[in-house]
Design a protein around this ligand. Structure first.
Ligand SMILES: [Zn+2]
Length: 197
């Protein structure tokens, strides 16, 4: 969806690797000198860019790379806090994308409906809530894997329910291929940030 953007390259302040701007996380400096995640690259001011990678965030903190990027002495940062701020931003982006996908008619929910459309090959990504009962999701996850459908655990039942416009939902299926791809990319980023890759 961001293919119309100009492909500007930036260097990660930690590993110095050059990447397309959209492949990096942008951080800006708040007036109180705290580091703020600008996940959508929309906030004004100087930005510092870091790979979507937990290791690079930790390195940036350990080596005071933000001080150099913002050209001033900053209060010490906590790698853990930055990592959770990035994870939070990606989570919000995911929920936002899911909301748009639902309005576009690209989201199905309900355990029996999911099972039926999985069997018909209409699901491109299956998301199971992190707090979904194991019994409810294990069959659907197995069916999805048997059909080669990507699966992910993300958000809680309440949040998935809100996305589906219902009460708590353990499973939602993405039936729109493009949304499924965008969502899978954000989920992969979330795993990279959590150090799960
Ligand atoms: Zn890096």
């Amino acid at each position: 969806m961001e293919t119309t953007c100009r492909k500007v390259e930036r260097s990660c302040i930690a590993c110095r690797e050059k990447r397309e701007q959209q492949q990096l996380i942008r951080f800006v400096l708040a007036p109180d000198k705290t580091i703020v995640v600008d996940y959508r690259h929309r906030l004004p001011g100087r930005g510092a860019y870091i790979c979507i990678d937990r290791g690079c965030i930790d390195t940036a903190v350990a080596r005071n790379c933000f001080d150099r990027a913002f050209r001033q002495k900053l209060p010490a940062q906590q790698g853990e806090e930055l990592v959770s701020a990035v994870a939070e931003a990606i989570g919000q982006r995911l929920l936002g994308l899911l909301g748009i996908a639902r309005k576009a008619g690209g989201v199905a929910s309900g355990t029996s409906q999911i099972q039926a459309i999985l069997d018909r090959g209409e699901v491109h990504l299956l998301i199971a809530a992190v707090d979904a009962p194991a019994g409810t999701v294990s069959k659907a996850l197995k069916t999805a894997e048997a059909h080669g459908v990507k699966t992910a655990r993300f958000a809680d039942r309440e949040s998935l329910g809100r996305v589906a416009g219902r009460d708590g939902r353990s499973l939602i299926g993405i039936t729109n291929e493009q949304f499924a791809e965008s969502l899978a990319l954000e989920i992969k980023r979330l795993q990279q940030i959590a150090g799960e890759n």
